[in-house]
Design a protein around this ligand. Sequence first.
Ligand code: PEP
Length: 248
Amino acid sequence: MRQPMVAGNWKLNGSSQGAKALVDGILAGLDDTIPAQIVICPPFVYLQQSREMLQSSDVGLGAQNVCAEDKGAFTGEVSAPMLHDVGCHYVIVGHSERRSLYYETDELVGRKFESAVNAGLVPILCVGESLTEREKGITETVVGRQLKAVIDQVGAIQVSQAVIAYEPVWAIGTGLTASPEQAQAVHAYIRKELHMAGGAADETRLLYGGSVKPENAADLFAMPDIDGGLIGGASLDAESFLAICRAT
Ligand code: PEP
């Protein structure tokens, strides 16, 4: 039985006051009707204050990115052991914004994943196709390639113990959402590929991400291979985020 998960990716948003208000709002709205494991991923500089606020709750803390190296002359980077040290349990790797804006290759994403696992973090691995790739009919080829790069790096068992987020690039921050059937088809493909590679695919939590809102969350989460969501814009508002968490 996979526990559902909803993770909020705050991206480059907030201030110390705003982050405090958002965490306060989430904590105030928690109740026993939420079956999901909730995770928030604030910017690096607000991780520590968030950790302190979350201490007596079950809300998990994650970072949005990680360096592939553990330490050394890598100015401006933050390593997996450092994230673990400040109380992170999760880290997003391979988000499409990192892949497209910061030229992260499949190989680099694989190394970041490995570094996270070695430090005791659970990676939230993002995969997904662009609109052009979907229109060309190569969604599975692209997602399969992104997945294989990480499997080649760490093995299918390690990948299946992480969290995988299918995020079609054309749906991120655009207001366009994959239909539940479109998302389910790719989730089923990911689970099948993981299984065929030798992973414990039935246990892997597969999240959908891309313009999830309180209005469309329940239909997406009702699909058999969708175990929750990775939420961008709607995670910046405590009420919306909690409504999505309740929809799991
Ligand atoms: C994301 O950034 O991972 C994301 C899914 O964003 P949004 O929900 O805003 O589309």
